[in-house]
Design a protein around this ligand. Structure first.
Ligand SMILES: [Zn+2]
Ligand SMILES: [Zn+2]
Length: 262
């Protein structure tokens, strides 16, 4: 199973999870054109997608979903409350492409079992996803206000994880965002800081995770190098050697990532 981030940031997210047989797009908060270009760079065509899975209705996750569904006839998978919150902004979607799941119930698409799990974030019913194919498991966990134990339970056993490292706390503090937005980001239904990602990485490593891709970075309040260093310092302080015990990579904000293979 492979994961590749086409784009990952507060401005737009589109993540591919795929096997030989099954190709899934998780969110599409970028234009249809960019999503297609990203897939083409991997030697894949959007026509091959089995569907688009939605984490939540924020624009940086759904901006291009309607276009992709109409252009390539793709089914869209979301829970009911997310459908209710996003449907009016998707434009016209064919009835047969509206797929509803319930957050606690795994479902199959091709040879991948999709396991949504609840996350604390300021949306209707936001989810992260774990994906299982045979013995392999990987997870996507972004847009998380606070690291609840249930999240660790859900992603347990994942060899690879796309994990949010949204902001550096100091950059957010001194940055130009209005106070209300800063509070929203820091809040329990906001986003994970680099430091919080570091603590998560430490626990995930102890639970057997071998690769973490840091993503959903802010353009204003973070830098890839700063995120990596903050996470790696926290790991080293706990006796975990980055590169040897745990691979840390970056989902770039404005280009496609390396491919995570598990
Ligand atoms: Zn987001
Ligand atoms: Zn969000």
């Amino acid at each position: 199973m492979k994961l590749c981030s086409i784009r990952s940031s507060s401005k737009g997210n589109a993540i591919l999870v795929y096997t030989e047989k099954t190709k899934l797009l998780v969110d599409c908060g970028i234009s249809g054109k960019l999503a297609k270009e990203g897939m083409n760079q991997l030697g894949l065509a959007p026509e091959l997608l089995n569907g688009i899975l939605i984490t939540h209705e924020h624009q940086d996750h759904i901006g291009g979903v309607g276009v992709m569904s109409r252009r390539y006839g793709l089914p869209i998978f979301a829970n009911q409350r997310t459908w209710d919150a996003m449907e009016s902004s998707l434009g016209c979607i064919e009835e047969s492409n509206k797929c509803v799941f319930s957050t606690e119930e795994p479902f199959e698409i091709g040879d991948i079992t999709v396991k949504p799990f609840a996350i604390p974030h300021d949306a209707a019913e936001p989810v992260g996803y774990s994906f299982v194919c045979g013995e392999k498991k990987l997870s996507i966990a972004t847009d998380i206000g606070v690291l609840e134990e249930s999240i660790f339970r859900a992603v347990k056993g994942s060899k690879g994880i796309l994990l949010e490292a949204n902001h550096d706390r100091n950059l957010l503090d001194i940055g130009s965002y209005p106070q209300s937005l800063k509070q929203r980001i820091r809040g329990e239904r906001g986003h994970l800081s680099n430091e919080e990602a570091g603590f998560a990485a430490k626990f995930l490593s102890k639970m057997g995770t071998a690769q973490i891709m840091l993503g959903h970075m802010s353009h204003e309040n973070n830098y890839p190098l700063l995120a990596t260093q903050t996470v790696e310092n926290i790991l080293r302080d706990s006796g975990i050697e980055p590169g040897r015990d745990l691979q840390i990579s970056i989902a770039p904000r404005d280009e496609i990532s390396n491919i995570m293979v598990i």
